[in-house]
Design a protein around this ligand. Structure first.
Ligand code: HEC
Length: 207
């Protein structure tokens, strides 16, 4: 039984109760309540007969371990995450763009090591990559790279590894992330792949 049908039944029974009260009960106060019940019940029924528009949250990428057999499968999932849940494409382009507010990620998998990629995503303030696309001194980008492993984006470790696989694949690099590194559901988290401690913020002077 769908939710709407259930609510309609409730509305109908409220109206029914109201009618029974009006038919069989003489006390004025109770009759008023019965009348109110009929009005409210009818109101609900009318409201429910208006076509419903479901607004469901976007479908989340299911990380089904059974379907991930090769690093290429991981990259495929990573690509979907890049353009959906990870929100990377809101800021980054793959290939140069005039309007880009953030670094172009074309070839990033070849430019950065896998550890550095992981750190760029999970400790974005540890090393800030500056904007060199204009005359004069490099500036900070107007936007900030968010912590990808924390809310609101909050990618899991598996999802981050998949995004790295995608970044390497689209840069024409061999994928160095392996399926064996993925955590099975319910398994205790493996030691994080951490390359550097979050020390004082270093700003890249030259690249
Ligand atoms: C709110 C905008 C925003 C979002 C969303 C975002 N980034 Fe970034 N990202 C930036 C900015 C700004 C920088 C440059 C400053 C810095 O290095 O922290 C950056 C830097 C990076 C770098 C380092 C670039 C370099 O050349 O050193 C990588 C890699 C990266 N982002 C990947 C990603 C991935 C993958 C995602 C999605 C999971 C993502 N970003 C989501 C804004 C964003």
């Amino acid at each position: 039984m769908s939710e709407v049908v259930r609510l309609q039944l409730i509305g109908l029974s409220v109206v029914g109760c109201g009618i029974l009260i009006l038919l069989f009960i003489r006390a004025t106060f109770v009759r008023v309540i019965g009348f109110v019940a009929i009005v409210l019940g009818l109101f609900t029924l009318v409201a429910l007969s208006v076509p419903q528009m479901a607004s469901l949250p976007p479908v989340e990428e299911k990380f089904d371990m059974a379907t991930v057999k090769t690093p290429t499968d991981m990259a495929t999932i990573g690509q979907k995450i890049f353009f959906s849940k990870g929100q990377c494409a809101l800021c980054h382009t793959i290939g140069p763009s005039e309007s880009a507010r953030c670094p172009d990620l074309k070839g990033i998998g070849a430019k950065l090591s896998r550890e550095f990629l992981f750190e760029s995503l999970t400790q974005p303030q540890a090393y800030i990559y500056l904007d060199y696309r204009h005359e004069g001194a490099a500036k900070e980008y107007p936007a900030r790279m968010p912590y990808i492993n924390k809310n609101p984006i909050g990618l899991s470790r598996n999802e981050i590894l998949s995004v790295i696989a995608f970044l390497q694949q689209m840069s024409g690099e061999p994928i160095s992330v392996t399926v064996a590194e993925l955590e099975a559901p319910g398994q205790a988290p493996a030691a994080p792949v951490k390359a550097a401690q979050s020390g004082p913020v270093a700003v890249a002077e030259a690249h």
